[in-house]
Design a protein around this ligand. Structure first.
Ligand code: FAD
Ligand code: SF4
Length: 524
């Protein structure tokens, strides 16, 4: 360890990219520090339902230090996870590999033969995250299977590959994944609560694999602290290291701390890394590419809540996402569920209306409840919203982009050119209408979609994409930031095309590849 530095690498954020980086750099002999702005949760600290807003939501201004952040932009409502383990704390464990078009589109397309080069890293990612095929189909999966049959897609229905330990229900065993080096695991009880955090020690969150092993190799993790500055020492390209400043999260008066590090990995997720880098570009890191904040993608996504009025259907039975249908060559759908009692989203739900034109949409919204008044009334007053609701998560690899930039009152979104994310994807609305009819219910969306036409996504990606040079991207094909030494972006911001499926596996695999390119400390 160079005596001028406190650490070889500091990793900003502990989600998928950050956790991979922490383990692989520690294994290579580097002294690593991970700084995470969210809390470090024990299983019992996680909320029982999403009505426990203080433990579920991340809204530090009013002292809500939970795992779920919701960010509102003009062109997208974005959901992301916060805490030690990042998005793995709230995610629905689903780990599909994208189809070929993902590897051949966007600013990274010509930089490598991605599909074949990443193949072994996808295998490693599945293994490390403990992915297996879901062995149990709950009610909404069975309904999806029926839907697939009805639309002639029987052969495109699959159980999901998920990062859950399916041992004997509620029985704890010594680590089944890492030859005893990992923590004890407990068999999944199929409670459907994965997205409010698993209180049963069955979900393979990052603190139970990558981060656990990284700590064993010497990595240090500081939680509830936020990185606010990264300043090159002596030379502007950072070749002599960086002074990194951080402070207690959400504290106005907390003392700032500074450390010296040879290298930095930005792993704050799109909503952490992009705002931080945009701020730093104005002062400490002015040579970052002008592409920063551009080519942000939403996975061309739609989230549609389908509420059933059949009392015998328990949609919350099973894991959060137990199955999927490949709808067509571009589109993919999954039924998503919350656990019993987690009905928070009812408070912000409006009927789904497909009209793109605002006036037509408002008229339709006013008329709609009168077309089937009793049913609409019942839908909004079902006893347990989570038990009655099966959310369709619709994703497409077709391209649509946004730009994130600094505004007067914080971050804002902007449309640059080309296709943009839409709240009215016809294929998504069509399948939701079919599905809600099948389950004797109605389709709802977040109110902002109906009122303002703002789409929602749990898969925000891009903003620091790969390119051949600084004119085309922010990082090179090995994730190194152009114009800076020993500085990398390793999180969803590097995703350079719409995967069209849940992205955490791809983030993990690409981060594994990036870390494999960094030499061992003894050889550096
Ligand atoms: C409800 C929900 C369900 C989902 N389900 C799935 C699923 O089933 N499958 C799937 O593939 N994906 C799913 N996702 C998406 C997945 O969670 C994200 O794509 C993934 O977590 C992104 O990983 P990342 O490496 O970019 O960073 P993240 O996981 O977003 O982690 C970044 C971390 O950095 C921290 N941070 C940010 N800024 C700073 C700073 N300045 N200083 C210190 N720390 C900082 C944050 O607090 C956060 O913990 C879901 C998302 C949500 C919200
Ligand atoms: S279904 Fe329940 S027990 Fe199983 S992983 Fe999800 S939260 Fe944990």
């Amino acid at each position: 360890m160079d005596k001028n530095f406190d650490y070889d690498y500091v990793i900003i954020g502990s989600g998928f990219g950050g956790s991979v980086s922490a383990l692989r750099l520690s294994e290579k002999g580097y002294k690593v520090l991970v700084i995470e702005k969210g809390r470090w949760f024990k299983d019992n600290d996680l909320p029982k339902t999403n009505w426990n807003l203080r433990k579920w939501l991340w809204f530090p201004k009013i002292f809500f230090f939970g795992i779920q952040n919701v960010a509102f932009f003009k062109h997208a409502t974005i959901l992301n996870g916060i805490g030690v383990g990042g998005g793995s704390l709230v995610y629905a464990n689903t780990l599909p590999k994208p189809k070929t078009p993902f590897f051949n589109h966007g600013s990274w397309a010509k930089l490598a033969d991605w599909e074949s080069e990443l193949e072994p890293f996808y295998e490693t990612a599945w293994k490390m995250l403990g992915a297996v095929e879901n062995p149990y189909l709950g009610e909404s999966d069975k309904q999806f299977q029926k839907l697939a049959k009805d639309i002639g897609k029987e052969n495109s229905f699959y159980p999901t590959k998920v990062s859950i330990y399916f041992g004997e229900k509620d029985v704890t065993v010594t680590d089944p994944y890492f030859k005893g080096e990992g923590p004890d695991r407990t068999g999944c009880v199929l409670c459907g609560s994965c997205m409010t955090g698993c209180r049963h020690n069955a979900k393979n969150t990052l603190d139970k694999n990558y981060l656990h092993l990284a700590q064993k190799k010497g990595a240090k993790i500081i939680s509830e602290h936020e990185v606010i500055d990264v300043l090159p020492i002596n030379k502007e390209d950072g070749s002599e290291g960086y002074t990194l400043t951080f402070k207690k999260t959400a504290s106005l008066f907390g003392k700032k701390q500074s450390i010296k590090t040879k290298g930095v990995i930005f792993s704050g997720g799109v909503l952490g890394t992009i705002p931080l880098l945009l701020k730093l570009k104005r002062a400490s890191l002015p040579n970052i590419s002008a592409r920063l904040g551009e080519m942000v993608r939403t996975n061309n996504e739609a989230l549609i809540m389908n509420v059933s009025l059949d009392k015998d259907k328990d949609m919350s039975d099973g894991i959060a996402i137990g199955s999927m249908i490949e709808l067509d060559e571009n589109s993919h759908i999954e039924p998503v569920r919350y656990g019993n009692g987690s009905g928070f989203w009812r408070a912000s739900a409006f009927p789904m209306v497909s009209e793109k034109n605002w006036f037509k949409r408002m008229i339709k919204l006013l008329i709609l409840p009168f077309t089937d008044p009793i049913k609409w009334l019942k839908v909004f007053f079902v006893k347990d919203f989570a038990k009655s609701t099966s959310v369709i998560l619709f994703m497409q690899h077709l391209d649509s982009t946004l730009k994130l930039k600094k505004g007067l009152l914080g971050m804002k979104s902007e449309i640059v050119k080309g296709e943009t994310p839409s709240a009215f994807i016809p294929e998504a609305h069509d399948i939701a209408k079919k599905y809600s009819k099948q389950i004797n219910g109605k389709s709802l969306v977040l109110s902002l979609e109906t009122i303002l036409g703002t789409p929602s996504t749990a898969h925000i990606l891009g903003g620091a994409v790969m390119g051949e040079n600084t004119e085309q991207g922010v990082i090179d094909k090995n994730n190194k930031v152009f114009a800076y030494e020993n500085m990398f972006v390793c999180d969803g911001s590097f995703i350079s095309a719409n995967p069209g499926v849940n992205p955490a596996l791809s983030i993990t695999a690409i981060a594994e590849r990036a870390m494999s390119k960094i030499p061992k400390k003894s050889e550096a």
